[in-house]
Design a protein. Structure first.
Length: 151
């Protein structure tokens, strides 16, 4: 079942800018199992802002100058972390794919999607026209979507 939900989690990650649809939460309003899961995965992180969207709790924080968003389900399962990156940090193969297939388009947002338990990271690039591209850890194109929230 978890494998079937992965596109949903990736879609949520790609919707990093959908803050208007999120509900801000005080830390004391976040279930303890969710907070414990977050702290176990990120023991040195402080100054966390919590939001909730579509049944997932999302800790948001900045580390090393990069914006991070975690995704934790209601049971406290840590699903993934999305780290915003500069387009120049995308793997070379992803940059080549974008250059070859989106001539004249600009990457308006990019990120690395990190999964727990050693699963390989993925990358995403949101183009200026709204198209969102997903790549594997090596920059190989996986899929395209216009509206990641309807995946």
């Amino acid at each position: 079942m978890t494998k079937k939900l992965i596109p949903v989690f990736i879609a949520a990650a790609l919707s990093f800018n959908a803050m208007a649809q999120q509900t801000a939460l005080a830390t004391n309003k976040v279930p303890q199992n969710v907070v414990t899961s977050f702290q176990g995965a990120n023991p040195n992180v402080s100054n966390v802002n919590w939001t909730e969207e579509q049944g997932y709790f999302e800790p948001n924080w900045t580390a090393n100058g990069q914006q991070h968003t975690g995704y934790i389900d209601l049971k406290g399962n840590y699903i993934q972390t999305v780290v915003k990156v500069n387009a120049s940090a995308l793997p070379a193969a992803a940059a080549t794919y974008i250059h070859d297939n989106y001539t004249g388009e600009v990457v308006s947002e990019a990120g690395r999607i990190d999964f727990p338990r050693g699963r390989a990271s993925r990358f995403y690039a949101k183009m200026g026209n709204g198209t969102q591209l997903l790549f594997d850890k090596d920059g190989k194109f996986i899929y395209i979507t216009q509206n990641v929230l309807k995946q």
